[in-house]
Design a protein around this ligand. Structure first.
Ligand code: NAP
Length: 176
């Protein structure tokens, strides 16, 4: 039984954002999930998504969603090349974040993002994932024991090593 409502914001309006939002709406009664805002790169995109799912607030930019104090947790659902920027923006504004996979482009980006999450005392983490995030929020846990931040870092280090072995690099690998 849920104790209180958890207010979600959705960042990006593609395929997985639609599936996840559908699941959150189905969890309204059983788990106390509420979808209160959506952000897209365009106002028209945000409004169309908001109308489709009955979401009260639609933002034509990520910063407005990040600044929305009436959002408990932002679901970052853009392409993985955008995860670091989107998640850092939300964390720095004080929002909690559930970030889609692949977490980041490489382990350096992952390390930086985890550092931001830890600095801002936020919690990292489809229906099971949302339920675990809400459990963590209600229990005051800073990160999920099921998806610990160290686990995300280990996955990105492994992927870096695999890419090194097969000689695949991306521009983000050259960033400091
Ligand atoms: N957990 C899973 O099982 C699962 C399944 C599928 C996908 N995923 C992950 O979820 C993420 C999104 O996948 P998807 O299938 O939903 O992709 P998608 O349908 O292409 O949607 C991605 C959305 O991100 C925004 N976007 C597009 N290009 C962008 C850019 N250059 N910079 C910033 N934002 C951009 C767009 O939303 P706006 O127009 O609103 O900005 C777009 O609708 C990926 O990281 C993918 O790996 C996970």
């Amino acid at each position: 039984m849920h104790k209180e409502t958890v207010r979600w914001g959705v960042l990006a309006t593609g395929g997985i954002a639609s599936s996840f939002t559908t699941d959150l709406l189905a969890m309204r009664e059983s788990d106390g999930a509420e979808v209160v805002a959506v952000a897209s790169r365009t106002t028209a995109g945000a409004k169309a998504f908001a109308e489709r799912f009955g979401i009260p607030r639609a933002y034509g930019g990520w910063a407005e969603l990040a600044a929305d104090e009436d959002v408990d947790v932002v679901y970052v659902a853009g392409p993985h090349s955008a995860h670091r920027a989107a998640a850092a923006l939300c964390l720095e504004a004080g929002r909690n974040v559930l970030c889609e996979k692949a977490f980041t482009l490489n382990s350096r980006q992952a390390r930086k993002l985890v550092a931001v999450a830890r600095r801002h005392d936020s919690r990292h983490s489809l229906r099971y994932e949302a339920a675990e995030v809400m459990r963590c929020l209600r229990a005051g846990e800073k990160e999920s024991p099921l998806v610990p931040l160290e686990g995300s870092l280990a996955v990105t280090r492994t992927l870096d090593a695999v890419r090194d072995r097969i000689g695949v690099r991306c521009p983000a690998d050259e960033e400091e």
